[in-house]
Design a protein around this ligand. Structure first.
Ligand code: GZL
Length: 324
């Protein structure tokens, strides 16, 4: 570990000055100045998450950072266990994407006591104690929800009747689900004809999106629009809509968030109508922030990732070159 190796070198030089003797070798990268990062990932629930994991792992290799990686299968207790194990292993820095916003103060205080800096990536925590982490790198989810809602307001300008919207939310209690909902509702207030008639969590998964959409279709005869918090839920909704004998993208319009390959393919095929991008490619920025934090350099409290939006036409143009 970087920190331990500095101590080891100092101890060794002390020892050589005063007497011979070995120094306790650090677990892992004994005697090297390689940085060790403990990364506690949410899970593997979506195409976005798979791309995010690949980005973190590839960027760590490129940056020469030794990565310890764990997959929490979308369970907070598993992420907390992983963070505690990284503390015991005395890693140089901990990074994680909190599966939900609440319940992190205790374990983050343990990391602070152990003098291990923490970087939040992708999702935020609702802790009021900003000293518990060095920075938060990720998207502005409220803005993403607003972009989706604004598209629908523009799309529905000429609507004379009520536009019935069903919302497939992300993981209950997660920052992206809470914030995307907030942003979308804020935007659609501009057109009182836009009504959310049903809203339920699909847990950011394709199967969850399909199950929720099946229930929506059973209970609501005239759905006009689906707002799905990620592409995977939207893709599941497409399966349910087609099984009900309706045409996704035409009988029922669909707007989603992420812009992963499968979502962009459905968009270019006309089954989704609009996608708001949420970039999973956070690896390089994360490793750069980690090196700065360990070097004692100041880093911004918040690093917002750049992202755009896609229409069906734009998807056709960029699909072949999309990196994930
Ligand atoms: C957003 C990320 C969300 C994605 C989903 O940054 O946390 O989690 O939108 C993923 O696809 O499951």
């Amino acid at each position: 570990m970087f920190k331990k190796s500095l101590i080891a070198v100092a101890a060794a030089s002390m020892l050589t000055l005063t007497a011979c003797g070995g120094t306790g070798s650090a677990a892992g990268n004994a005697g090297t100045d390689k940085i060790t990062m403990g990364f506690a990932q949410v899970g593997a629930e979506s195409g976005w998450r798979t791309a995010n994991t690949k980005s973190v792992q590839e960027s760590a290799k490129k940056a020469g950072i030794d990565l310890k990686f764990s997959d929490a299968q979308q369970k907070q207790e598993n992420q907390i266990k992983a963070i505690r194990s990284y503390i015991q292993q005395k890693v140089d820095v901990i990074a994680f994407s909190p599966v939900v916003e609440s319940g992190w103060d205790t374990v983050l205080k343990e990391a602070k006591t152990a003098k291990i800096p923490v970087i939040l990536t992708d999702r935020a925590v609702d802790s009021t104690d900003k000293t518990l982490y060095k920075t938060f790198l990720g998207s502005d989810f409220v803005e993403e929800g607003k972009k989706a809602g604004t598209w629908l307001v523009d799309e529905s300008k000429s609507a004379t009747d009520t536009v019935n919207i069903v919302e497939i939310q992300g993981t209950t209690g997660s920052a992206p689900a809470n914030d995307r909902k907030e942003g979308f509702e804020e935007a659609i207030k501009a057109n009182p004809k836009l009504k959310i008639i049903a809203s339920q969590s699909g847990d950011f998964t394709r199967s969850g999106g399909k199950q929720v959409m099946e229930a929506f279709l059973k209970n609501n005869p005239d759905i006009d629009v689906v707002f799905a918090h990620n592409d995977d839920e939207g893709l599941g909704a497409i399966e349910a809509i087609e099984a009900a004998g309706k045409v996704p993208g035409k009988d029922i319009k669909i707007v989603t968030i992420d812009a992963v390959k499968d979502g962009m393919t459905a968009l270019s095929n006309g089954k989704i109508n609009y996608i708001v991008e949420c970039s999973p490619m956070l690896g390089d920025q994360l490793m750069d922030l980690a090196k700065k934090v360990i070097a004692g350099e100041s880093v911004p409290e918040r690093v917002v990732t750049e992202e755009t939006t896609f229409t069906q036409e734009q998807a056709k143009q960029v699909l072949a070159s999309r990196p994930y």
